[in-house]
Ligand binder design. Sequence first.
Ligand code: ADP
Ligand code: MG
Length: 472
Amino acid sequence: MVERFVDIEKVGGSIPPRITRRWQAGQLVERNIDVVDAGGSLPAIVYDFRRWQAGSPSPRTKSMQKTILSIETSCDETSIALIRTHKTDTGISVDVLAHIVHSQANLHAEFGGVFPALAKREHGLNLVPVMLKVIAESKEKENELFKTQIEASIETKEKIQKVLEREPDLYEHIVQHLLGVSGEGIDVIAITQGPGLEPALWVGINFAHALKVLWPHVEVIPVNHMEGHLVSALFENNVIKTPNFPMTTLLVSGGHTEIIHMDSWGSYTIVGKTRDDAVGEAYDKTARLLGLSYPGGPEIGRLAERARVEQIPSPVELPRPMIGTPDLDFSFSGLKTAVLYAVRDNEFSEDEKAGLPANRLTAQAEWQAGLAREFEEAVADVLTTKLFKALVESGAQSCAFGGGVMASKYLREKLAEKVAEAGSNIDIYMPAHNLTGDNALMIALALGVRLHHTPEHITSTDSIRAIGNLKL
Ligand code: ADP
Ligand code: MG
């Protein structure tokens, strides 16, 4: 198998020449300037940015700067970001030119969870409006961006139509709004490949492929959504910090609960994970059982906080599943079942439901708040215990957190306390609140890390496929 390593350089002009190289046993044996087309004959393309990293002389230094457009559609957020990155002594400096997140959560609320066919349809309707907002926002920062007008040929239109044969809404929107827009200035498109809902992922991927037809100079590179959650913790004051390794990361979202060990950039070992439900899923299912709306995390969090402030006790004792097992795995489905039994065993009279004292919670609401508190404490006990064990076992110097559940103030506090207990020298990285849930900025940041720290790990095929259960 011939492997090709491709270097895309921007040596002053706007359209980068491409240089293909052939390597054998680590040696460069062939170097050609040519165009690697998307003909399908190449098994994989690996982007080789190594020489830039080595600090090659000007004008290459300029090409260390990368402008990344990222697209995220793995679940129920349609999001696009545009960032510019370059490497500095302390990490990767990032200029966020635009970042738009459009949540569909209110549409899915009536189903009590994300409905995949609806998510797919909504992404198709939302992507171009979100892209237009990104264009407007980035032009405000830099009016040179998206300035040039282009005229798409009939052939281009037909190709886009073919790429989008399953997304007619998206095709119509592109024809109406994007055909004249130039992607000059954008180097790479980062697209979420998985994990996530495959129908939803496909819409974003097809959109990225359509943009590639319109803007042939842009490369499209797949990104792992979980890598995005992880990297977002390291993003502080417009810099992606380089942590001291080894680093342990706890990722807690609607679909995942994982502890990841890293010895260096790009080396991920999943040392613990849930055997059934993810933490976010347990929050959402518990909320549903309590008659609260989707997503359940914020609702449960609010009730639990109220119970703590008003000292409302837990009405039942919920289990702490797998808390004492010698491994780093989790199980949260039993928690939801225990909540189900507790709810079933509690019938409230109409008077109690109506709540007699006007300024007091009703008996039912107090009961719910107490249960939410117990639920959140059970989750915190399990997560902190397993994280502590992971930190001690790995000798971690840094500890990072990511995923939608990290929006919980209570969990943030409890987890940070436990990290300090495991070692006062362990650096803690928490994501900004707006980067805990799904968003495209984290996808761009994850690609930024790869481009600048581990370019040898960047692989792409000519056409990217959605992978619902993609692993880190
Ligand atoms: P996924 O990538 O799996 O779709 P996200 O990373 O977007 O998930 O996280 C969504 C999950 O985060 C939902 O299950 C939601 O209930 C949970 N969540 C959101 N806010 C909070 C919160 N304040 N406390 C606990 N969980 C939360
Ligand atoms: Mg997520």
